[in-house]
Design a protein around this ligand. Sequence first.
Ligand code: SAH
Ligand code: SF4
Ligand code: F3S
Length: 447
Amino acid sequence: MTTRPVPKTYRVKSFGCQMNVYDGERMAEVLATRGITPAAEGEEADLVVLNTCHIREKAAEKVYSDIGRLVKAGREAGKEPLIAVAGCVAQAEGEEIMARAPAVSMVVGPQAYHRLPGLLDRAIAGERATDTDMPENGKFDDLPARRKVGPGAFLTIQEGCDKFCTYCVVPYTRGAEISRPFSDLLREAETLVEAGAKEITLLGQNVNAWTGADDAGRAIGFDGLVKALAKLPELHRIRYTTSHPNDVTEGMIAMHGEVAKLMPYLHLPVQSGSDRVLKAMNRSHTADSYLKLLEAFRAARPDIALSGDFIVGFPGETEAEFAETLALVDAVKYAAAFSFKYSPRPGTPAASMDGQIAREVMEDRLARLQDALNRDQYAFNRYSVGRECEVLVERKGKLPGQWLGKSPWLQSVFFEGNAQIGDLVCVELVEAGPNSLAGRVLEPLPA
Ligand code: SAH
Ligand code: SF4
Ligand code: F3S
């Protein structure tokens, strides 16, 4: 075994969902406890963590091309970076990665990365180390405290999935549903707010499946948690993602009319508008029950912006069934959405179903669906013109004096004026594009 130099700099590259982004931040915090610092922009790091996603084939394949690129860039810079593969590909294909990619010295799963320091020691000693355990008491208790964050912060409150949709790898890569304890979440939220977060986005594979007990020991659900967090005085905005239709409760719907800090936005994936396809997907909701939920959310919060996820070309999907998805989209009028071609995933029931759909057919359906979704998103943006709202400033725009932030409805808004990152600026939305809006500052901030 050849020993390796102790790394001084790291880079964590996260792919996939926001929970991976959260995990990536926490891995960086773990590495910082070992005195390893972030590599400067444009510099090759001594240690690279690829925090991967396994949800679709393309995402999973990416890890191998990234490893090749890292090895090449390292060679050109005269070094051999330590490479760790983390995230959902690590969990699903850890052994295969070790066999296929000799440059990788660590494989660590999404529930095991609190043990990165131990893996790192083994890698420095020249071993190739794998940890894809899903320890029963979880990783959160062993992670260091949160560090400084920007105006918007992520907070994972729930992890894992027990739903087993027939196309999906998440129940295998992330494990069973767990809810983090209320007091831990309150403490982490307080730390984030003290570090400057104005907005917290609560995360979970099925975030609204969260349950717990408050400080008095009373059982509470997701709505109870949101209401408790809303009491933090310096926290201005709360968001959450991703919620599942089957875990929606009356309390969750009602909170959208009750909690002023809760932003008027709901991401509720539906996947298909056809009940036959939904059944084959094991979604356990129908198009109609889903539409009824959206109606209830709109009744509680009339301006709520709605978003969803869609899969086209699930095995056996007919043209008529796809047309039902288009009809559902027409009925809802989404403000934003994510849509994907079905990707067969190893080990999932759908991968071996009859009626796999040809790529060209999927591409054609995806293009038609995205036309409809883009049309509705643009319409929602145009409809927003004239609204007065707060924008949370996230960064400088491209032009001098220009700033970029998010509206309550999660739209990107540009405006010119005097501002700083983290400000909540009152604007009137004056012009709409397909993907962003222009705002005019209503109350100029003091110079
Ligand atoms: N738990 C969330 C979704 C998490 S995965 C929910 O069920 O609502 C994010 C999205 O990826 C899914 O909503 C789905 O649209 C998409 N997805 C998951 N598996 C997929 C697959 N095998 N092929 C294509 N898209 C997939
Ligand atoms: Fe995957 Fe379904 Fe679980 Fe969402 S609910 S993570 S799509 S299995
Ligand atoms: Fe991808 Fe894992 Fe998230 S598969 S979408 S990174 S839960």
